[in-house]
Design a protein around this ligand. Structure first.
Ligand SMILES: [Zn+2]
Ligand SMILES: [Zn+2]
Length: 582
């Protein structure tokens, strides 16, 4: 027997097409008797998954692929984005509650730029009871120690985990056709032989069928709301059958071990205690919002599918007009001959867009209602996370309702605290701004973002987006002022590359090439792998007649983003330089 112990469902927001309701019954039809859910960094879909497994008659294994660093506080202080993966599975309800508390500590105390919570050795020591650990994909810290430091480093790392998890630690091997993964496999299998460990075979499942890879690719390319050249290293992330898993050529015992691990897990989410409503608390520190899901609808699905494939923006824009808001792609196609012929001219596009429909892109605080209990009580029972400066439940609203979570209208909390009301008012304005921004009403958006930042000066995101609006409106001087404020205010490092690139472009538009170069070179100090910076410097050097620097920048750019935006232009420029020098 075999069981999939490493599956990403909808709660791996923007990284999986697997739906618990639709795909768990399909897994049962394939003959699986158990399956795990291991979403990235949270367990938002644990209940829908658990219920789907129960009704399909297969064993639910509830887990999470967490973000791991050795010491979270240090990584956060260094703004160090590096992290590894680690798969944790709950053996029983005690393990499940430990997983909840571990994730909550990661999201609240070890929050990294609101994008993830970090798990470290200290948290594992506190919360490991009832949990099984797998070394994860080759981004796990045990395989990575081997890949970067060799066998001894790997063994040292393995020992640290082993001291915490004992026999509940298993090396994880997988075969997706990646060279580093094969090196890690060999090392992990060898370690297992020497130490008598029980390695498990997994497939990192992100979609159901092999041909779904293209829709998954479109999903991850558009995760930030605009198309990027981001791509993953393999197309092997579908739900493979037991035969396919056994045919991968890794030791058969690894399949049996995976089944044995699944058999050790019997969580009963229906038996967990409910959360009691509890009176007074200070909303500015203790409020927990409900979660709202951003689900991809028809129009957005086409925008993302077309954007990811690099379809012409104007033609996409015209096709989008043919999809009424709220309509599905099929409904729109039935009602529009023009849309039908648009899709006929672009084979495969409709299929990708349809697979994106209904996929939750993200979750965010539902500002209408909060849990009628303080964070200190909530975090003992329910998983939370931090988004947009607020703490919110991981479980989507409908799931929380099915658990009878007690609610309070957020307005009641706003009456209690002026500071809280200002913060939430600022967030509402921010969201209004974002809506205007998405429909390209930049002047209106800039105003809303400005008001949002005025209501809560710590909301740097509002100033970031206001800067983007000003730039789009060609108000370059104001954009530079807004962006420079962000740089001074210690804004999100992950966005600083883009901010500095835009400061440079704004200077360039104003004709100040020296200031543009200074901004781009400053950006390179912290973002040396951000492709647009190299492209920008390349075009500027070319313009200034320094062909040698221009060629170097363009080559770096193309090495980083060979198929990205502007790659064709970069190649053309390189050809011109090379012709010129002959
Ligand atoms: Zn992973
Ligand atoms: Zn994974």
């Amino acid at each position: 027997m075999f069981a999939h112990l490493h599956c990403h469902f909808f709660g791996s927001y923007s990284d999986s097409l697997l739906s618990p309701e639709r795909d768990v019954p399909r897994l049962a039809e394939m003959g699986f008797r158990a399956v795990a859910i291991t979403d990235h960094g949270e367990i938002a879909f644990a209940y829908p998954f658990f219920r789907a497994c129960r009704s399909a008659g297969i064993r639910p294994v509830i887990g999470c692929e967490v973000y791991f660093v050795a010491a979270a506080a240090e990584a956060i202080a260094r703004h160090d984005d590096y992290r590894n993966h680690l798969v944790l599975l709950a053996k029983d309800n005690r393990g499940f509650l430990n997983l909840v508390r571990l994730l909550n500590a990661a999201w609240i105390e070890n929050n990294f730029g609101e994008s993830r919570g970090l798990v470290d050795f200290a948290l594992l020591e506190r919360f490991h009871e009832g949990l099984i650990a797998l070394s994860a994909c080759f981004w796990g810290s045990i395989p990575q120690k081997f890949l970067t430091g060799g066998r001894e480093e790997m063994e040292k790392e393995h020992r640290r985990f082993r001291e915490i998890f004992g026999d509940d630690l298993h090396p994880e091997v997988a075969r997706h056709g990646i060279a580093d993964e094969e090196k890690a496999n060999a090392a992990l299998l060898e370690l297992s032989r020497r130490q008598g460990l029980k390695p498990v075979l997994t497939n990192d499942c992100h979609y159901f069928r092999p041909e779904d890879w293209a829709a998954h690719d479109a999903l991850i390319k558009t995760r930030f709301g605009f198309p990027t050249s981001f791509a993953i290293d393999s197309r092997e992330y579908w739900v493979k059958s037991e035969e396919e898993m056994r045919a991968l050529g890794l030791p058969a015992a690894c399949c049996d071990n995976a089944w044995a691990v699944a058999e050790q897990c019997s969580v009963d989410l229906d038996a967990l205690p409910p959360l009691e409503a509890s009176g007074d608390f200070a909303p500015e520190r203790e409020a927990v919002f409900a979660a709202g899901l951003n689900v991809i609808e028809g129009r957005q699905a086409l925008a993302d599918a077309a954007g990811a494939r690099g379809e012409d923006e104007e033609e996409t824009g015209r096709a989008l007009e043919l999809i009424p808001p709220g309509a599905t792609i099929e409904e729109a196609v039935r009602g529009s001959a023009a849309l039908r012929s648009y899709f006929e001219e672009r084979p495969g596009l409709k299929e990708i867009a349809r697979k994106l429909e209904g996929v939750p892109r993200s979750s965010e605080p539902d500002l209408a209602r909060a849990v009628a209990a303080p964070l200190a009580a909530v975090r003992e029972l329910l998983p939370v996370k931090r988004m947009e400066g607020e703490v919110m439940l991981q479980y989507p609203g409908a799931v929380a309702e099915s658990l009878q979570v007690p609610w309070l209208p957020a307005a009641r909390l706003e009456e209690r605290s002026v500071a809280f009301a200002a913060r939430i008012g600022s967030l509402r304005l921010f969201r209004l701004g974002r809506e205007c921004y998405r429909s390209r009403r930049y002047a209106e958006a800039a105003e809303r973002f400005g008001a949002s930042a005025a209501a809560d000066p710590s909301r740097l995101d509002a100033r970031y987006f206001r800067g983007l609006c000003l730039y789009s409106l060609k108000r370059y001087r104001e954009a530079i002022a807004e962006f420079s404020g962000l740089e001074a205010g210690g804004y999100n490092r992950r966005r600083m590359g883009r901010v500095l690139a835009l400061i440079g472009w704004a200077h360039r538009k104003l004709g100040d090439n020296a200031a543009a170069r200074a901004a781009w070179e400053r950006a390179l100090l912290s973002q040396k792998n951000y492709p647009p910076l190299h492209y920008a410097l390349g075009t500027l050097s070319f313009y200034e007649g320094d062909r040698c620097s221009a060629a170097n920048s363009m080559r770096t750019f193309l090495a980083l983003a060979p198929e990205g935006r502007n790659a064709e232009r970069a190649r053309a420029l390189l050809r011109r330089i090379e012709r010129g020098s002959r």
